[in-house]
Every structure is written in structure tokens, then in C-alpha cells.
Design a protein around this ligand. Structure first.
Ligand SMILES: [Cu+2]
Length: 360
């Protein structure tokens, strides 16, 4: 494992991480499998919901959800599955069900989500409803605000057309307008032979600030996000249906749940210079320093106590003072200030956690 992936793994195990450490809709079109792989110890849960509203007078809403669950094993490998409860498969001849389940493995030998340049992922899969061995080769190319995506898909038995082998191609583009907002579009189709309508989608993609979650509003004509579902538009004879919907991405960092299985760790005291008079107490809870600014006198000390289930640091901006080591859950850190001044600081794993010590 190289240094970069080790660093991203370490970050990935903390509660909240930089957006690119989580599967992000700002790097993937709605119908593109993409090249994302969850970090080791992270379970990715994505909820895609699309619906079609029949014309009046009934305005019946036809719902098409797809759930994605995938676990990162480290070494750029993941296992996962898609479950679509109302797939277009169900409309095919002889279909017994519309519940489409596909299990997949993914290996990303090249690149990383959000990294400049090429990322490549191989996704072998099995579709239980179509009884089909499917596979996808996905390639992403990222430069600045732009990601271009391509996918080649192989299918041993086409949905609803048992026995028919298929090849599908898909391409997509994502443009990130800001760090938090992107737009994306993609197009995919069976090509050998051409069967059904091409699947298309467009979306507005949002990163929810201060969280690892992304959300998209989308329009598409595809009903599921499986390899086959993303390759064919849902179009009963004589209709051109547009489905609207959203996707929400949720990385579950397993370390977050450690408190369920362990007693509270023993308190640890770090720093603690001899004879320091602690003039201010700052608790770290819910990823916040619970006092934004504290004022003390020269020679006095501040004590930070970590009441969160994850590690934090007290790191002074511009290294104005030596910062703390990693403060474990239930740990505390004492630092004495010898010079007057204003000392802004943050937490290294969670840079959005900030505070200021004013020394008079
Ligand atoms: Cu922190």
C-alpha cells in the first residue's frame, strides 16, 4: 500500500472525512458505475430513488428504488450489491419478478476518486434476476473541475431476453461548478445488437457541507442502477417516459460504531506541564470545540478534553505553538501559554473544527 492510500485509509476511518474519501456524486454520472471503491473499513450505502408520474387524471406514482451496499476491503478492492425492487427487467418476457439483485466485486488498479488523471476499475458482477454474468470496465479522467467517464459493459444474458449476449457502452461527464455543486449527464446503450432505448440521465449534484454525504436531483429514463439497468431506457411501446428522483450517498465508517462494543476507554492526560494552572476547559464533542474563544493570562494553561468517540488534535495554525499529539477518546491535553498573543487552532483530522486561545 503506498503512502497516499495509507493516508486516505487512516482518514477514512475517522468520523467525517474529506469528500473525495467517500463515494461522491460529484465524480459520477447517475447511470455510471464509476471507479469508486470504499476505503478499507468503510461500508458505502447509496439510496437511489426514481419515480414516474402517470399523466392525469390518476397521477399514479410509479417508484423505482435501487439500493447500493458495498464494503471496502483495502487494497482497492470492494464487494457489494445492488438491489432494485422495481427493475425494468420485470417488464421482460417471462420475468418472474421485478426484484433485481446484482452482486459485484470491484478492483481499482489505477487512480483514486477525485485524483487528477485516469482511474480504472474492473467490476465483475452477477445478476440474479437475469441469471447473467455481467461485467464493467470503467474509466474516469479527472482534470480540475471536470471528470469524463467511460464504461464498457459485457452481459451474458440480457434482461428480459434470456440467452441474448450483449455489449453496452456508456459515457458521462461531471462538471463541478464549485466545491459543493456539480452537474452531470450520461448516456449508455446496448450496442451488440442495439436493443431498447439508450439510457440517459442528467443531474445536479450536491456535497452537503461539513459531511461526507452527497445528494443529487436527477432525471433519467432508466429504472435501476445495475449494469444492465443503467444500459437501457424504460420505454414501454409508444412512450418516452422520464423518471425523476434523487440519490443520497452514505459512507458508514465502521470505527464510528466501536462504542457499541467497547467500554469507555480509560482517561489519558497528555501535555500537562508541571505546575500549570488550568484557567480554561474546552470540551470536544460532536466534532466541535465547545468554546470558540477562551481568554487566559500569560503563564496559564488550557485543558482540552475529548468527549467524542473519535480522535482529535489541537493543532495551532502556522505552528505558532507545538500542538497536541492525537488525543484519543476520553483523553485530555493541557498546554501552558508563555507569551501573550492570539492562538487560532484546529483539529487535523477535522479541519472544520476550530478555536482560538487569547493570551493576555
Ligand atoms: Cu477532530
Amino acid at each position: 500500500m503506498n503512502r497516499l492510500s495509507l493516508a486516505s485509509l487512516t482518514l477514512g476511518l475517522s468520523l467525517v472525512v474529506a469528500p473525495v474519501d467517500a463515494q461522491s456524486l460529484l465524480y459520477r454520472g447517475p447511470n455510471m458505475g464509476g471507479t469508486w471503491v470504499p476505503d478499507g473499513g468503510v461500508v458505502q450505502f447509496n439510496f437511489l430513488h426514481r419515480f414516474y408520474v402517470f399523466p392525469g387524471p390518476s397521477h399514479v406514482v410509479d417508484n423505482h428504488p435501487t439500493f447500493t451496499l458495498a464494503a471496502g476491503l483495502g487494497h482497492e478492492i470492494a464487494f457489494g450489491g445492488w438491489f432494485a425492487t422495481k427493475s425494468v427487467v420485470g417488464t421482460g418476457a417471462g420475468a418472474q419478478s421485478s426484484n433485481e439483485t446484482q452482486v459485484f466485486a470491484r478492483w481499482r488498479p489505477v487512480g483514486m476518486e477525485g485524483k487528477e488523471g485516469f482511474s480504472i476499475a474492473l467490476t465483475p458482477a452477477y445478476n440474479f434476476l437475469a441469471k447473467s454474468i455481467d461485467g464493467e470496465l470503467g474509466v474516469d479522467w479527472t482534470r480540475g473541475a471536470l471528470t469524463l467517464q467511460g464504461a464498457a459493459r459485457g452481459i451474458s444474458r440480457e434482461l428480459g431476453v434470456p440467452g441474448a449476449r450483449q455489449v453496452a457502452l456508456a459515457g458521462g461527464v461531471v462538471a463541478r461548478l464549485t466545491r459543493y455543486i456539480g452537474v452531470s449527464a450520461d448516456l449508455g446503450s446496448f450496442v451488440a445488437p442495439v436493443d431498447g432505448r439508450a439510457a440517459w440521465s442528467v443531474a445536479i449534484d450536491l456535497l452537503i457541507p461539513g459531511s461526507p454525504h452527497t445528494f443529487s436531483f436527477q432525471a433519467s429514463n432508466a429504472t435501476s442502477a445495475t449494469i444492465q439497468g443503467a444500459s437501457i431506457g424504460y420505454a414501454p411501446t409508444g412512450s418516452t417516459r422520464i423518471l425523476y428522483g434523487f440519490e443520497f450517498t452514505i459512507p458508514l465508517h465502521l470505527k464510528r460504531f466501536a462504542p457499541w462494543f467497547h467500554k469507555s476507554p480509560a482517561p489519558v492526560t497528555l501535555g500537562a506541564p508541571a505546575g500549570a494552572a488550568v484557567a480554561a476547559e474546552i470540551r470536544m464533542t460532536a466534532l466541535k470545540f465547545r468554546a470558540d474563544t477562551v481568554t487566559i493570562s500569560t503563564g496559564q494553561a488550557v485543558r482540552w478534553t475529548n468527549a467524542d468517540p473519535v480522535e482529535h488534535t489541537v493543532t495551532f495554525d502556522g505552528a505558532a505553538e507545538p500542538g497536541s499529539p492525537v488525543i484519543p477518546p476520553n483523553g485530555s491535553y493541557v498546554h501552558r501559554f508563555e507569551k501573550p498573543g492570539k492562538y487560532p487552532y484546529h483539529c487535523t483530522p477535522h479541519p472544520f473544527m476550530t478555536g482560538v486561545v487569547v493570551v493576555k
